[in-house]
Design a protein around this ligand. Structure first.
Ligand SMILES: [Zn+2]
Length: 76
């Protein structure tokens, strides 16, 4: 496996070739380091987990709002 330094379009620096993957982009094939790919994947997972949390909070809030409204209507 080659360890020659290759330009990483993501970090805008050079890494050993054996720490990189060849990515196909709109502008052609470009090398990107595995570390930055993994960081992006973790970022996406974290964003999705956060999105689920937010929608759960929204659900719980609208549920409690509906319950409050119900209680209010029953009090009358
Ligand atoms: Zn990189």
């Amino acid at each position: 496996m080659s360890t020659e330094l290759t330009y990483c379009y993501h970090c805008r620096t050079h890494h050993p070739r054996n720490e990189m993957r060849l990515m196909v982009t709109k502008t052609g094939k470009r090398w990107r380091c595995i570390r930055s790919i993994q960081a992006t994947q973790q970022g996406r997972e974290a964003r999705e987990a956060y999105g689920r949390l937010v929608s759960e909070i929204n659900r719980a809030e609208s549920k409690s709002r509906a319950q409050r409204l119900n209680n209010l209507l029953q009090e009358k």
